[in-house]
Design a protein around this ligand. Structure first.
Ligand code: MEV
Length: 422
């Protein structure tokens, strides 16, 4: 019997090992589970403890490297952190197939973030809007004073936009502070600026400010990538047309678009995570951008060029940074950046966009031809073999037989393993 309660007084003040002991006691963890969690691998427990609250351990995710990526004429090795099989292989394959046409060509709209200040309680929102716009210079000064380091690095306030929204609770006047955050993702910088500016907006207009927070729909920070896949590399007109039909489907149907974009994000989130950036921020921005027309649509576009080749494009907000947060504190993220060889947040974002496009190409090609399960199952079979107890060379042998049998299941793997060992 365990004494399970979620009330553990002073839990946050304990050391990680003390917290682990408390949890183990509360839920009856075996000594093997305790020693498993005590091994924090390549992230020191003290670093983990400084990153989030109530730490008891760490969780490792495989880190793979995608090869073959040619981005703006340069070869790049791309570290990807993901628990999903096929994701890294998909990027390698797609990247290989567009090398003959020069690989990926990328661009970025800028490195500006938006912070929103919500003003309510004004009966004349149009009037309030102009009152705010009149104070552009003061707002600029307030923003730039808030982050002199950003200013020193060429960033800082760029502009404001003021929008009027009609809510159920009445009109709101929303000020957007547009701030260049350079190599920082910039959440802390712009949130602080919004908090500094808000009391002045309230004072100028006689209204009341509530929310002061960045928008993850970072549409002043759009990363773009394009590539061409020759008919020969794709495998002919039928495959190409199947891929175009798959794209068409995603662009008109939100049910399909969600899965299409999930595939895009398989690639994007893996690099975002490997570099210690905020996966949820990027995902929220990507999906909001996909819905900007009022309908949720595909994040990529596929067309045919004059020679019949398949051309792909992607454009999405990519708020990632090189400084601050886990990118700075997580040693693996630092090494991932070194592997990538990027020295600016812009270069990182552009590479990530290319990975998203590559991922989508591979998924559409698989879906338009053999289906996704064949490739998936080959890799998944290895996981199943390990789950069945296979070790060393047995893993490959069991996986191969599972795929050949067309039944990638643990019970089948167990019986194959038993046969091998007998
Ligand atoms: C699986 O993680 C991703 C795919 O479903 C993407 C897609 O359907 O385009 C294969």
């Amino acid at each position: 019997m365990t004494t399970k309660t979620s009330r553990i007084s002073g839990f946050h003040k304990l050391l990680p090992e003390q917290r682990l002991a408390k949890v183990a006691e509360a839920v009856g963890l075996e000594p093997s589970a305790i020693s498993h969690l005590s091994n924090t691998g390549n992230l020191d427990i003290s670093v983990a403890d400084s990153m989030i609250e109530n730490v008891i351990g760490t969780m490792n995710i495989p880190l793979g490297v995608a090869t073959n990526m040619l981005v703006d004429g340069e070869d790049v090795l791309v570290p990807m952190a993901t628990e999903e099989s096929s994701v890294v292989a998909a990027v390698c394959n797609a990247a290989k197939q567009c090398r003959s046409t020069g690989g990926f060509f990328t661009a970025m709209s800028g490195s500006q973030m938006i912070a929103q200040v919500q003003l309510v309680g004004v009966s004349n929102p149009e009037f309030a809007r102009l009152q705010i716009l009149e104070h552009k210079e003061k707002i600029k000064a307030l923003c730039d004073e808030t982050d002199p380091v950003l200013l020193k690095h060429g960033g800082g306030y760029r502009d404001i936009e003021v929008r009027i929204l009609q809510g159920r609770t009445g009109p709101m006047v929303i000020t957007h502070l547009i701030v260049d955050t350079r190599d920082a993702m910039g959440a802390n910088a712009v949130n602080s600026m919004a908090e500094a500016v808000a009391p002045f907006i309230a004072q100028w207009t006689g209204g009341r400010t509530y929310l002061r927070i960045l928008s993850n729909l970072a549409d002043h920070r759009l990363a773009r990538a394009r590539a061409t896949w020759s008919l020969e590399e794709i495998g002919g007109v039928d495959v190409r047309d199947g891929m175009l039909a798959a794209y068409d489907f995603a662009d008109i149907d939100p049910y399909r678009a969600a899965t299409h974009n999930k595939g895009v994000m398989n690639g994007i989130s893996s690099v975002v995570l490997a570099t210690g950036n905020d996966t949820r921020a990027v995902e929220a921005g990507a999906h909001a951008y996909a819905a900007r027309s009022g309908q949720y649509r595909a994040l990529t576009q596929w067309e045919v060029d004059g020679q019949g080749n398949l051309t792909g494009t992607i454009e999405l907000p990519l708020a990632v940074g090189l400084i601050g947060g886990a990118t700075r504190s997580h040693p693996t993220a630092q090494i991932a950046l070194k592997i990538l060889g990027v020295t600016t947040a812009e270069r990182l974002a552009r590479t990530i966009a290319a990975v998203g496009l590559a991922q989508n190409f591979a998924a559409l090609k698989a879906l338009a031809t053999t289906g996704i399960q064949k490739g998936h199952m080959a890799l998944h079979a290895k996981n199943i073999a390990v789950m069945a107890g296979a070790v060393g060379d047995e893993v490959g042998q069991v996986a191969k037989e599972l795929v050949a049998a067309g039944k990638v299941r643990v019970d089948v793997a167990e019986s194959i393993l038993k046969g091998l060992r007998d």
